[in-house]
Design a protein around this ligand. Structure first.
Ligand code: ADP
Length: 449
């Protein structure tokens, strides 16, 4: 096993990784930007290296500086967390070339899955259902032909997209051309790649994903699903498992598709296959995230499996000692993402945390990256913490979440806690009959109250 691991990330996920490293008696090395010198992950790590100025390009995306810190510290492996360089095949390759172990899949997997049209083609050839769509759009003619064949609305997406950015829904033929141009410009700006493609717009879908683990010896298992349909601007806010929408037979069927998708790129380590599920419960591959997901704790809470520990074990060459029939789950887990943001308009709200107190109690887990007195920098994602609860039943989990949200005190930056608390009362959520448009309907419900 490794003796020392560098974490190429910040915030709650860096802290969460350090926790497992400690449990495994592995020394942790943090990296930070100059804006993060007092950050929690820096305080918690056994040692730290300041790698650059606050903008991510100078620090958390600065491959050279991170790899130098790893070498200087004597770390043997690098855990990338999520975001930043986690899915960058060039980084994984450079880490390996420096003689270090990258805690994640081989660069080939992230390279193939990192491009949406390439990934769709790849998994489709392996027999995984995909949302009907085009390849990279080269002419308006192709776009019109496809849209007229499947019918409007359609959704334009960036081939290199992520984070819900650059998607555009088109309802009418006459809007298609200008929408493509706009999407290309946004894609170019956000990802440096103007390539877009078109998918059929699935109405009122569910976003349900499957967690997988794969070792270096050909063992690939799935660890059930996560329902991630509570989204704002196509980004997740609340996740839960089991999904209230599908039964275990459907989960098994999706699990098989997920394993097939993972095997198609010879996947190793932890990964997630995201699916859209339509109202008839057909599932379609959306994308594969070749890293740890933000919402992984709900899987951990219901299965007792430490996913970060398995990421590290697999990277160190250990065999998965879990076989598919051994993977069992119990009860229900819900996660709320606590953001420093305006609870109505969802704008980031960084700044000094004047007061901070976490809820505690049985079956309540808080994965936090902040503390009282910390100044939340403006340069990064405004996720402060994740609140995860477990209950024997879904109703019990919701009740516990209400209690936990009521007892989570954060003063200084605005947070979305009031929004999350109200969601726990929204009939559609409480009854578990929501889809990806639930937040729009939540605001209509609030207005009508
Ligand atoms: P990103 O990689 O930018 O996060 P995804 O492809 O994962 O984008 O999609 C994010 C969300 O956007 C989905 O969870 C879903 O809510 C919505 N979405 C994406 N594609 C479609 C589609 N074809 N039809 C309907 N909704 C979609």
């Amino acid at each position: 096993m490794f003796k020392k691991v560098l974490i190429a990330n910040r915030g709650e996920i860096a802290v969460r990784i350090i926790r497992t490293l400690r449990k495994m008696n592995i020394k942790s090395v943090a990296v930070c930007s100059t804006a993060d010198r007092d950050a929690l992950h820096v305080k918690m790590a056994d040692e730290h290296y300041c790698i650059g100025d606050p903008p991510p390009v100078s620090s958390y995306l600065n491959m050279q500086a991170i790899i130098k810190a790893a070498i200087d510290s004597g770390a043997e492996a690098v855990h990338p967390g999520y975001g930043f360089l986690a899915e960058n095949p060039e980084f994984a390759r450079k880490v390996q070339e420096a003689g270090l172990v990258f805690i994640g899949p081989d660069p080939f997997a992230s390279e193939t899955m990192g491009n949406k049209t390439r990934a769709r083609k790849h998994v489709s050839e392996a027999g995984v259902p995909i949302v009907p769509g085009t390849e990279d759009i080269k002419s308006i003619h192709e776009a019109v032909e496809f849209a007229e064949k499947v019918g409007f609305p359609v959704i334009i997406k960036a081939a290199s997209g992520g984070g819900g950015i650059g998607m555009k829904i088109v309802n009418r033929r006459e809007d298609l051309e200008s929408a493509i141009e706009e999407a290309q410009n946004r894609a170019k700006q956000a990802f440096g790649d103007a390539t877009v493609y078109i998918e059929k717009y699935v109405s009122n879908p569910h976003h349900i994903e499957i967690q997988i683990l794969a070792d270096n010896y050909g063992n690939t298992i799935h660890i059930f699903e996560r329902e991630c349909s509570v989204q704002r601007r196509h980004q997740k806010v609340i996740e839960e498992t089991p999904s209230p929408f599908i039964d275990i037979n459907k989960v098994e069927e999706m699990g098989e598709s997920a394993i097939r998708a993972a095997r198609s790129v010879n996947y190793k380590n932890a990964g997630t296959i995201e699916f859209l599920v339509d109202d008839k419960k057909n599932h379609y591959f959306l994308e594969m995230n070749t890293r740890l997901q933000v919402e992984h704790p709900v899987t951990e809470m219901t299965t007792g499996i430490d996913l970060v520990e398995w990421q590290i074990r697999i990277a160190a060459g250990e065999k998965l000692n879990l076989s598919q029939p051994q993977i069992k789950r119990e009860g229900h887990a819900i996660e709320c993402r606590i953001y420093a943001e305006d609870p109505v308009r969802f704008y980031p709200s960084p700044g000094l945390i004047k007061k901070y107190s976490e809820p505690s109690g049985e079956n309540i887990r808080v994965d936090s990256g902040v503390y009282e007195g910390f100044k939340v920098p403006m340069y990064y994602d405004p996720l402060l913490a994740k609140l995860i609860v477990w209950g024997k039943t879904r109703d019990e989990a919701i009740e516990r979440m209400k209690y936990a949200l009521d007892n989570f005190i954060i003063e200084g930056p605005k947070t979305n806690i009031p929004f999350l608390r109200e969601m726990m009362e929204f009939p559609e959520f409480v009854e578990g009959r929501y889809d990806t448009h639930v937040i729009e309907r939540f605001f209509q419900w609030k207005k009508s109250k």
